[in-house]
Ligand binder design. Structure first.
Ligand SMILES: CC(C)(COP(=O)(O)OP(=O)(O)OC[C@H]1O[C@@H](n2cnc3c(N)ncnc32)[C@H](O)[C@@H]1OP(=O)(O)O)[C@@H](O)C(=O)NCCC(=O)NCCS
Length: 155
C-alpha cells in the first residue's frame, strides 16, 4: 500500500461545503444518503475528515444509537484517493472516538462488506439492532427494499 501523508481530524464548520460535495456525489450514485448543508452544520461534531495537503479527501461520521452502540455513517473517500488506506484510517479514527466515549460496539450498513471485513467487522443479521438504527431510513429511496448489509465490531 502506498504511504500518503494523511491526517484524520475532527471536522469543523469550515469543512461543511467540502463534506456536502463529497457526500452529494455518492448520494447521486445511490451508495450514501444525502445530507443537506444545514444537517451537516447541525451534526458537524460527529464528523471526521481525512485531509491531504490541505485538501479534504474523505469523511465519516458516528451516530450514537444507544448506551452500547454507534453507527458509522457517511463514510466516503474521493474517487481518485481510494485504495490508499484512507478509508481504513478514518474507520480507525472513528473507532478511537467511540472507545473514548466508552462505547462497546460499532456498526455500519453498507455495500462495501469486504472493506469492513478487512477492518475487523463481521456481517450480522440486521434484526439484532434496535429500532433507532432505522430512523435514518425514512430518508432513503430504498427504504422498502433495503439491500445494505449490516456489519459489526466489538471494540
Ligand atoms: C468504501 C470506501 C470508504 C473505502 O475507502 P478506501 O480508502 O478505498 O479504503 P482502503 O484503501 O482503506 O481499503 C481498500 C480496500 O477495501 C475494499 N473495498 C473498498 N471499496 C470497496 C467496495 N465498494 N466494496 C467492497 N470492498 C471494497 C477492497 O478490499 C479494497 O482493497 P483494494 O484497494 O486492494 O481493492 C471507499 O471505497 C468509498 O468511499 N466508497 C464509496 C462510498 C461507500 O460505499 N461508503 C461505505 C458506506 S458505509
Amino acid at each position: 500500500m502506498q504511504t500518503v501523508q494523511v491526517v484524520c481530524r475532527k471536522a469543523t464548520a469550515d469543512d461543511v461545503e467540502n463534506l456536502f460535495q463529497l457526500i452529494q456525489s455518492y448520494a447521486e450514485q445511490g451508495v450514501m444518503l444525502p445530507r443537506s448543508r444545514e444537517a451537516l452544520h447541525r451534526s458537524i461534531d460527529t464528523f471526521y475528515v481525512a485531509e491531504l495537503e490541505g485538501k479534504i479527501v474523505g469523511c465519516g461520521s458516528l451516530t450514537r444509537l444507544g448506551e452500547e452502540l454507534v453507527e458509522i455513517r457517511s463514510l466516503g473517500i474521493l474517487e481518485s484517493y481510494k485504495s490508499l488506506g484512507i478509508g481504513s484510517m478514518l474507520v480507525d479514527s472513528l473507532i478511537k472516538e467511540a472507545q473514548e466515549q466508552k462505547i462497546a460496539k460499532i456498526m455500519a450498513l453498507t455495500y462495501a462488506v469486504p472493506f469492513f471485513e478487512r477492518n475487523g467487522f463481521q456481517v450480522v443479521n440486521k434484526e439484532i439492532f434496535p429500532e433507532k438504527v432505522w430512523t435514518d431510513c425514512v430518508h432513503c429511496p430504498k427504504r422498502h427494499a433495503c439491500d445494505e448489509i449490516a456489519v459489526l465490531k466489538n471494540i
